[in-house]
Each structure stands twice: as C-alpha cells, then as structure tokens.
Design a protein around this ligand. Structure first.
Ligand code: F6P
Length: 501
C-alpha cells in the first residue's frame, strides 16, 4: 500500500457493526447527510472517526481539491486524451465559455424539439433512439424512471447489434410516424451504424417518403453525421469534452427531452447542477460524493471486496444498476495511474445489483451467509411511483430497511449454524424524497462525482476507456480479413458458426 493514509487506515482495528451504535452512539448525526432531495446514510458501514480523519488525509495526499478545481475549470483532466471532462458545463456549472457553448447547443435542441412538436417532420408518435453504451444507458434510465403520465411519445431505445433487439424495438411502431434518433458521440460505432441502416431500410420497405428526413443525429462528430446522410438542420451536436458515459445531459438526452417535455429535462439538469455545487463547494468532511468514495475505497482497497452491489427499492430506478455499471467500471476499471505507472492495489470493484424485493428472493442468500463480503447500497424513495394501495410502498420500504438491519445485526444460532447469520455486513442507504427529475439529476450527478472522487483517490484517469478497443479491433479484422491468424479455439468457432457464409 503506497499511500501512508491508506496504510494507516488498514492498521486501524475494524469495529463490529453489530455493536457500533453502542460504541459510537452519535453515528447518525455524523454519518447521515442530506443534500437537497436525497438523504445519504453511511452509519451502517465500518467508517469511524479515525478512518474519516485518515481518508481526509488521503484526499489531501491525492490533491482532491486541486483535481476538483481542475474538473470544474475545464482543464484537461482526461490527460491521456488531452481533453477536459465538461459534463458539469451541460448543467450550467464550470468554465464560463463551456457553459455558454452548452447553453447554445441546448437552445438548438429545444428549437428542434419545438419545431418537431409543431409538425415540421410530419406526425410523430414514436421515437426510435439508436445508440450504445453511454449513448443509450443514460436516456434509457431517465425515460424509464420518469415515464409517468407526462410522456408524450412511445420511446424505444435500441443498442444491441443483435437484430432481435431492433426487431423487438420497432414492433408496434408505425414507420410513417416514427422519428429515428441516432446517438453516437463518434458516429462511427459499428453496432449503432448497422442498426441505423436497418432502421432506414425498415422505413424504405414501408414506403416512407424521405426516410433520412426523419433522422435526428445526436453527436460530437456532426461532419460524420452529414456524410452519413443527415441534414445539418437535424444534427444536434454536443461538445467533444463531454464523455460518452457522462453525456445524458447533452443532446444525447434528446429522447428524454422529447418524451418528458423540456421543463422536465431542465429540472433534471437543475438537480444535477445543485449536486455539482455541493460537490464543488462543500468541505471534504461534508461532501457526499467524497464520503461515498471513502466508503468505496475502504471496502475495495483495504478490505479487498471485489464487488459492490446496488439494489433499487423502487421500480422506477430498475435500470440504475446497469447505468452505474458503465459509469463506474468503464471509468475506474484501470490498471495504470494517470502517470502510466502500475496502480498499487485494486481499482474499481465490479458493480452489480438489481431491484428489491426481487433480488431478496434470488441473490440475498449470498449477501447474508456467503463467504464473500459485499458492501451493499440500498436506494429507495419516500414517495411511491404509483397510485395503488399504499400497502405496496410500505411493504417495499419495510423490506428495504429490514435487509440493511439484518445484514448489520445478524443472528446467532449455536445449535444450528446453517440458520445463523454472521451480521457485521455493511450497507449504505440512499433515500430520495421522490423520483422527480430534480432528484434523479442530483442522484446521477452524485454518482458521477463519486466515480471521479474514487479516481482521484487512486490517482487514475476515469475519463478514458482504452480497454474496450482491442476487442473492436479484432472484430473488425475478422470482418475484413476472415478467420486468419487466430488461436485454434477462435478459428474453430468462426468456422463452425460463420464459415458457411
Ligand atoms: O466502446 C465503448 C464506448 O466508446 C463507450 O465509451 C461509449 O459510450 C460507447 O462506446 C458508444 O460510443 P459512441 O457514442 O461514440 O457511439
């Protein structure tokens, strides 16, 4: 462990969560923090005063304040690609020029949406959004979470190159009243371009006049979109300095702005901006994303936990785990530091999860009695997302809180060890007032900043993703040159499944 602060934390005795409220009765006042519509509760983790002191020292060691300033100033924090990471500017926070530029592009998006609503592209009832990774997961999460009475269009978001995905997405869509939104930062991603071409064919086959006239491009490479056949007036650009997995605030959020309305989209941005200000301005000891990162660092780097699990006790947030998988694993699943030195110790754990209560009846056995310790995060909302009998929401929340208590408390059973629960298992609870656009914006921005804070504490660059390139290169080479020069296993697979083509 190369960091003196981390070594000091590792040397501290670990408190037993079963008795931690007896030994530290003020935990709730120290480890619960409310920020706008969100309440964070870390009191059921092993974080102690001494650890917090050392983690604050780690933040200083790693120049957390300096990196945070650099992020908001629009400096090239993505050093391997020589780029800034300006997702906060999309929300109105950060470098003034970048904020003004983002505002101008948002106005352009709003103008196009107004024109579409006024009938400029004919009747539109369905939106087929085609994108992958960061160009799909964010809009999908938002539309799914906020898909209430206000939704004005059917939205299908298709990402997988498997034709079944597109086929299912367009099932029930009328090609004559469908708008295609092609979302790709680079406008070169092979899955997206193939899906886009097939969507155009679907329209051609249905006899739609001018299918390309029904296409909107959401991209940081407008010239590529034009080459592909999208008219300039229907291209909604965003800045190169907005990373793919941080891009839902830009024109990539188009389907959400269309489906939920501009006011809701703006509220989402405002919620995120409030979290930006909290992250930028609060003292490290009171800073929600940073404290959450301390907890992450403790379990991953000190305790060696290889995964972290997240359970949304709210159906509206069902897609949050898959959204966070990209955010956290693509950002911080790295092996070298910002200076290209090997990282000492583990980096990002595997993020996984699901929805409560379903997960309780499927995977919680391992969490309670398995040999692998997994820090768990529960996310719930005080207000329900439905108008059914309040008993549903009561049962949901009771289950959520019971799980955290059970993990912490455990239960002895000397006579029958199979029925004993070790307890002392950590969890964090994040409680939203409601799943509103503001709260969702703040929640997602919290996760973005937590991911950044984790990266700073480990000395890595969270804004590149070179690990995804090799597989793409090999796939391209197989497409171009056929199965030559591979290992016998790969050759046999290609031969068996593709050889007859
Ligand atoms: O391959 C990974 C990745 O580059 C992600 O980082 C990105 O979100 C996704 O592909 C899609 O990229 P694009 O928006 O350029 O199509």
């Amino acid at each position: 462990m190369s960091s003196p602060a981390l070594a000091a934390i590792a040397a501290l005795p670990q408190a037993d969560l079963k008795s931690i409220f007896t030994t530290d009765p003020d935990r709730l006042s120290k480890l619960v923090l409310s920020q706008g519509p969100i309440r964070f509760d870390w009191s059921k983790t092993h974080l102690t005063d001494d650890m917090l002191t050392q983690f604050l020292a780690l933040a200083q060691e790693q120049d957390f304040a300096g990196w945070r300033d650099a992020l908001f100033a629009g400096q090239a924090v993505n050093n391997s690609e020589g780029r800034a990471a300006e997702h906060p500017a999309e929300r109105g926070e950060g470098n003034a020029d970048s904020v003004a530029h983002a505002k101008m592009l948002h106005n352009r998006m709003r103008g196009l949406i107004d024109a579409i609503e006024a009938g400029a592209l004919g009747e539109v009832r369905h939106i087929l959004h085609i994108g992958i990774g960061g160009s799909a997961l964010g809009p999908k999460l938002i539309v799914d979470a906020l898909d209430g009475d206000g939704v004005r269009y059917d939205v299908a978001i298709v990402s997988n190159v498997d034709g079944t995905a597109l086929e299912r997405a367009i099932e029930g869509f009328d090609p004559h009243t469908t708008l295609i939104a092609i979302a790709s930062k680079t406008f070169t991603t092979s899955e997206t371009m193939l899906n886009a071409a097939s969507a155009i064919n679907w329209m051609v086959e249905a006899g739609v006049d001018d299918p390309y006239g029904k296409v909107i491009a959401l991209t940081a490479a407008p010239e590529k979109a034009m080459e592909w056949g999208v008219d300039e007036t229907r291209i909604l650009p965003f800045s190169e300095s907005v990373g793919g997995r941080y891009s839902l605030w830009s024109s990539i959020g188009f389907p959400a702005a269309m489906a939920l309305g501009w006011d809701a989209f703006e509220s989402l941005l405002e919620g995120a901006a409030a979290m930006d200000r909290h992250f930028r301005l609060s003292d490290p000891a009171q800073n929600a994303p940073l404290i959450a990162a301390f907890v992450d660092q403790y379990y991953t780097r000190v305790e060696g936990c290889q995964t972290r699990a997240l359970f949304a006790y709210d159906e509206r947030l069902a897609l949050l785990p898959s959204y966070l998988q990209q955010l956290e694993m693509e950002s911080n699943g790295k092996s070298v530091t910002r200076d290209n030195e090997p990282v000492v110790g583990p980096t990002a754990p595997i993020t996984w999860g699901g929805v409560g209560t379903d997960a309780q009846h499927a995977v919680f056995q391992l969490l309670h009695q398995g040999t692998i310790i997994t820090p768990v995060e529960f996310i719930a909302s005080i207000e329900p997302g439905h108008v059914l009998d309040p008993a549903h929401h009561r049962a949901l929340l009771v289950n959520c809180f019971a799980q955290g208590a059970a993990l912490m408390r455990g239960k002895e059973n000397a006579d029958d060890p199979a029925r004993a629960y070790p307890g002392n298992r950590p969890s964090t609870t994040i409680l939203l007032d409601d799943v509103t656009p503001e709260a969702l914006g703040a929640l997602i921005a919290f996760y973005e900043h937590r991911t950044f804070a984790n990266a700073v504490l480990m000395g890595i660059n969270p804004f590149d993703q070179f690990g995804v390139e090799l597989g793409k290169e090999i796939a391209k080479s197989i497409e171009a040159n056929g199965p030559t020069g591979f290992d016998p296993s790969t050759m046999a697979l290609i031969d068996l499944a593709l050889g007859a083509e």
